[in-house]
Ligand binder design. Sequence first.
Ligand SMILES: Cn1cc(C(=O)NCCN2CCCC2)ccc1=O
Length: 117
Amino acid sequence: LVSCTKRTKTPKSELAVCRYVLLLAELEAHQDAWPFLRPVKLKSVPGYKKIIKKPMDFFTIKEKLINNMYLNQENFVIDVNLVFDNCQKFNEDDSEIGRAGHRMKRFFDKRWTELLH
Ligand SMILES: Cn1cc(C(=O)NCCN2CCCC2)ccc1=O
């Protein structure tokens, strides 16, 4: 993984990876992150496997980040939004996990915009 703490000038793409690492750490530390920290256990959540075609979670995103699988920033945002879109598809808005998903999405959108400027 790039050294995010190195003070020398790093190429644009390495700065982007640092932005993702920082943002992902903030998502994982959020109090409403608990439903999204690990892959949903397909055996213990009835219907999830059938309804959600592309499961995604913060831990999987971190793995992909560490294995340098995000060639451009769009793919990182696509996976983060997949977490929230899956959540909205599977959970009622007025449910514990549904509300957590909306709060996490609002938080992400705000921080992503702030980090871009
Ligand atoms: C995102 N999402 C997550 C779940 C879920 O059950 N997550 C496990 C929550 N664990 C319980 C103890 C520790 C964390 C179900 C539906 C869904 O859309």
